[in-house]
Design a binder for this molecule. Structure first.
Ligand SMILES: [Zn+2]
Ligand SMILES: [Zn+2]
Ligand SMILES: [Zn+2]
Length: 457
């Protein structure tokens, strides 16, 4: 019962994936297990000649409408179909109520009989076996001779047709179709032939739909709780100018850094292959998002897994999602509502306090080894893990009498790159030169220009 209620709630979730109320209702019934196998049934009363009784009843529609709902779901990849039967229709009235009729190719008579044809070798009479059979004996109906040995008296020509009016023997009679509805007689080539199919759920989509119904709303709720604003099916323009669709785009501005998470959802029947996740990585790269999360059902293939780890894509398998979402105890206080003052601080210690309040672990003068092997000192390293992805912010501090020059910002950016930290902030006392500011902007370094590092005592 509880399960049922849960599934019904999910109808709202699958709405976004499907077009049309009928499609949504049908897919919900399929997921519920209410409808399993969708097979057509011959039905002379239907407008199609066949019907899908369960679906028509569920949706309250005619056969032809049921058929177009099914076909559109096939088009969307939700259902699969296979040949079931081929039906013939009257070209005049579309009825399937047709009766085959056979005509003599010579005189057009319908009075033709099919059977084993024999030829009496002595007089060349050919006829049906039963024409020869008189009182248990074979007697030629033309010359009245009694036939004895099959070897010398007669031969069999096989099963053929014989016209009872003109006596013509033919291998294939002319076949026509008589419509019992409108009485039209049509030749074979004018008959409308249509294939009918049976349908079933594409299992890969079952996982996707089930994901939409439960784990996805949970994930969104989880992100919302951590201060993210989440947009489903977000369209984002990349640097290349191309528009990209991101399954879930989560953004959060905590005053220091604006976080943007690209969350891709990949569902497959079996393992997800490399090619499928390339595309996600490409899109994220083009948009300039480095926090990449892939939610996968059921799991990645080996090559894909290797690629994901190389590209620093955080991979979450749906079966682990429950654990991930409930294990994290970190609750971030609600971030500033829109319209509130943007975060500003007047000293380093204020900044550190602010970071700690936001759940960051703060380390001053942190020593870190870069890819180059060199050890770097980061003025402030702030780390937070929001349960799904860990964020590291490198904060550089430069103080001088003059505006801080480009080479100092460049040096900081270099260090961060070598360490592999992509979220960067820079505190410049008393400010930056114009070139330095431009460079910082290009490198996505959040800059704070303040008058002094600590208030004078
Ligand atoms: Zn004869
Ligand atoms: Zn004939
Ligand atoms: Zn007809």
């Amino acid at each position: 019962m509880a399960d049922k209620r849960e599934k019904n709630v999910g109808i709202q979730q699958i709405t976004a994936l499907l077009t049309g109320q009928s499609s949504i209702k049908l897919m919900a019934a399929i997921l519920d297990g209410e409808i399993v196998d969708i097979r057509p049934r011959l039905d002379f009363s239907s407008d199609l000649g066949y019907s899908f009784p369960a679906i028509e009843k569920l949706l309250g529609i005619k056969s032809s409408e049921a058929m177009s709902v099914l076909e559109s779901l096939v088009g969307e990849g939700m259902l699969e179909k296979k040949f079931f039967d081929r039906i013939f229709r009257c070209p005049h009235c579309q009825s399937i109520n047709l009766r085959p009729i056979f005509r003599c190719p010579s005189c057009g008579s319908g009075n033709i009989a099919r059977g084993l044809i024999m030829e009496h070798l002595a007089c060349n009479f050919t006829g049906l076996e039963n024409e020869f059979l008189i009182d248990g004996e074979f007697i030629c109906p033309k010359c009245h001779q009694t036939l004895t040995s099959s070897e010398s008296d007669y031969r069999s020509l096989g099963v053929l047709y014989k016209c009872q009016d003109c006596m013509e023997i033919s291998g294939v009679p002319n076949m026509k179709w008589h419509c019992l509805k409108c009485s039209t007689i049509s030749t074979e080539d004018r008959i409308i032939k249509s294939d009918i199919y049976y349908y079933w759920l594409n299992e890969a989509k079952r996982s996707l739909l089930e994901f939409e119904i439960k784990p996805k709303p949970q994930l969104i709720k989880f992100l919302n709780k951590r201060g993210y604003n989440v947009v489903e099916h977000a369209m984002v323009k990349g640097r290349s100018g191309a528009d990209h669709r991101i399954d879930l785009l989560a953004t959060k501005d905590d005053g220091i850094i604006t976080y943007t998470l690209a969350i891709g959802i990949k569902v497959a029947g079996e393992k997800i292959e490399l090619g499928e996740i390339f595309d996600f990585d490409d899109k994220a790269y083009d948009i300039g998002i480095h926090d990449k999360i892939l939610v996968v059902v059921p799991e990645l293939g080996r090559e894909a897994e290797k690629f994901a780890s190389q590209q620093r894509i955080k991979v979450l398998e749906v079966r682990d999602l429950d654990t991930v979402l409930s294990a994290s105890t970190l609750e971030v206080e609600k971030t500033d509502k829109k319209g509130e003052q943007p975060f500003n601080f007047e000293s380093k210690s204020q900044l550190i306090k602010y970071l700690q309040q936001r759940g960051y672990e703060v380390k001053e003068k942190a020593k870190m080894q870069g890819k180059s092997g060199a050890t770097h000192t980061i003025d402030i390293l702030a780390t937070t893990d929001d349960g799904i992805i860990a964020h590291h912010i490198a904060i550089g501090i430069e103080e001088s009498k003059e505006p801080i020059s480009l080479d100092r910002v460049f040096g900081f950016d270099d260090k961060a790159y070598d360490i592999g930290i992509l979220d960067k902030a820079f505190i410049a006392v008393p400010g930056l030169t114009r070139e330095a500011r431009q460079f910082a902007q290009r490198q996505r370094i959040k800059v704070f220009e303040i008058g002094q590092l600590e208030p004078k005592a």
